[in-house]
Ligand binder design. Structure first.
Ligand code: SAM
Length: 290
């Protein structure tokens, strides 16, 4: 019986006297309907090499093993390693790696596992490190084609939000700079063991071959984005002036906003990624012309 059957999950947990670690964000999936939605969103074929983050007791790994060509499953909790050896004993195309995914050399793994090709990342992510994991996968220009993950619902909504909505923020812009997000499913709390106290969602990020906008100084763009949302109730000009990461004068900011055709009192939450990019280049130009 596959592990996605709650009875089978309970049997494995009992066999190994397993105690869930809150610290590692352990909420194991026990709903086949949700598992199928994740697999569908990931669009796997036998040509694909999958990196699974946090296999737990191997529930999703069993299904990934059937759908993909090869699976690398990286798990931080050493107590789960002997369990995975047992539950995945029939899965010849799965390699379990005992590591913190934030420390794993993903580029080297991809180079060895599928030279010249890209990995597909699939995971039911531990919620305490969702954003660092996703931002690492996006920012380090790793050979990753898509990231299909279960995350806390609020985080999924923030990743795919657009200007003028309450969920829109620095995370929306950071993710959308690198990837095209698509919300694949909402997932209620009772699909996990133990039950978390938040709802979840499955989101697929299709990594762009090139960032969504081209700017002269990407670092400046991200500083502007952070400053633009750090004080949501204030104007963008105030946010930029108060940012410890930036040192533009009031005049430079006013002039750059004007160059871009934005009202002096515009708020960060009203600007699209393209508009932040225009402002970034305009501010860069102010400095050059000074
Ligand atoms: N994939 C399993 C499932 O769906 O039932 C387990 C998902 S559970 C939400 C998250 C898993 O990630 C746990 O097994 C946890 O031990 C593991 N984990 C937590 N932090 C990790 C990290 N930094 N690197 C690798 N695995 C991690």
């Amino acid at each position: 019986m596959p592990l996605i059957d709650p009875k089978e999950t309970i049997a494995v947990l009992k066999k190994y006297d397993f105690v869930f670690s809150k610290h590692y964000g352990q909420n194991f999936l026990i709903d086949d309907h949700v598992l199928q939605k994740i697999l569908k969103a990931a669009e796997l074929t036998k040509d694909d090499t999958v990196l699974e983050i946090g296999p737990g007791i191997g529930t999703m790994t069993q299904a990934l093993s059937e759908a993909a060509g090869e699976v690398f499953a990286v798990e931080i909790d050493e107590k789960l390693i002997p369990i995975l050896q047992d539950t995945l004993s029939g899965c010849d195309n799965v390699t379990v790696i005992h590591q913190d995914v934030l420390k794993l050399d993903i580029a080297a793994l991809a180079e060895k596992a599928c030279p010249g090709k890209k990995l597909k990342v699939v995971a039911n992510l531990p919620y305490y490190v969702t954003t660092p994991i996703i931002m690492r996968l996006l920012e380090e220009h790793l050979p990753v084609e898509s990231i299909t993950v279960m995350v806390q619902k609020e985080v999924a909504y923030r990743m795919q939000a657009g200007p003028g909505t309450k969920d829109y923020g620095a995370l929306s812009l950071a993710v959308q700079y690198y990837a095209e997000p698509y919300l694949a499913a909402n997932v209620p709390m009772n699909c996990f063991m133990p039950r978390p106290n938040v709802d979840s969602a499955v989101i697929r990020l299709k990594v762009r071959p090139e960032p969504a906008v081209r700017v002269r100084d990407p670092e400046l763009l991200f500083k502007l984005i952070r400053a633009g949302f750090s004080q949501r109730r204030k104007t963008l000009a105030n946010g930029l002036r108060n940012s410890s990461e930036l040192d533009f004068t009031k005049e430079e900011i006013e002039s750059a906003l004007q160059r871009c055709g934005f009202p002096a009192a515009v708020r960060g939450e009203a600007l699209t990624l393209q508009q932040f990019a225009a402002l970034s280049d305009a501010l860069g130009r102010e400095r050059e012309e000074a």
